[in-house]
Design a protein around this ligand. Structure first.
Ligand code: AMP
Length: 216
């Protein structure tokens, strides 16, 4: 899954995980967990994340690739928020190559900056990654997740000044991946401003077509 923060990648990735029944590897959630557990990875990532900057490639690549190579990923996996730089994409390609595997599709969920800023300012999440919006998708009870009753909080990096920094980082460092994957014929685009159900339908239809094509 590729796209700016707040375009709906995480929401769609969660739905995709349920559809495909494949392991879900959310780079941002893994890093946040490492920070809250105070692991070596977390210590190396913390400061960068708080500033809305990317965690250095040499720190992220090893951690994510190790997860992708775990036994439960043998039949495939959904990667969310990785790769985010060209070196990360190259490292992924080379690791998969070594295993005789490849990326099936890169799903780009797009939304303009002004939409993203508005969405993120009202975003609240629970520890398990369920996402709400105070105006457009509020929880039934204020500050409690409908799914697991956990408290809802605002991510530190969802505050407005951090969001602007994350968008700048996305435009500078991540958008080159659009061309990278387009050249390889892997890129599929989705309109993240649409209703999440519509985006999901579009993703489902696209993946079915890819599956059919692969069988031919
Ligand atoms: P996310 O939850 O995907 O918005 O990610 C939150 C933060 O985690 C980002 O702003 C980065 O600091 C860090 N992060 C997540 N994925 C990556 C990645 N692939 N490379 C570097 N940093 C990342």
């Amino acid at each position: 899954m590729l796209g700016p923060p707040g375009a709906g990648k995480g929401t769609q990735a969660l739905r995709l995980r349920e559809d495909l029944r494949l392991p879900y590897i959310p780079a941002g959630d893994m890093l946040r967990e490492a920070v809250s557990e105070g692991t070596d990875l977390g210590r190396l990532a913390k400061e960068h994340m708080e500033e809305g900057n990317l965690v250095p490639d040499d720190v992220v690549i090893g951690a994510i690739l190790e997860r992708c190579e775990a036994a439960d990923c043998r039949d495939g996996f959904v990667l969310d928020g990785f790769p985010r730089t060209i070196p990360q994409a190259e490292a992924l390609e080379s690791a998969l190559d070594d295993l005789g595997r490849k990326v099936t599709a890169v799903l780009l969920v797009e939304a303009p900056d002004e939409v993203v800023v508005k969405r993120i300012s009202g975003r609240r999440i629970c520890k398990n990654g369920h996402v709400y919006h105070l105006e457009t998708d509020p929880p039934t009870r204020p500050d409690r997740c409908d799914h697991d009753d956990l408290p809802l909080t605002q991510r530190e990096d969802d505050r407005p000044e951090k969001v602007r920094r994350r968008l700048q980082v996305y435009h500078d460092q991540t958008t080159p991946l659009i061309e990278y994957y387009d050249e390889r014929g892997l890129l599929r685009r989705f309109d993240g401003t649409r209703d999440p159900d519509e985006v999901q339908d579009h993703i489902r239809a696209t993946l079915s077509t890819i599956r059919l094509e692969e069988r031919l």
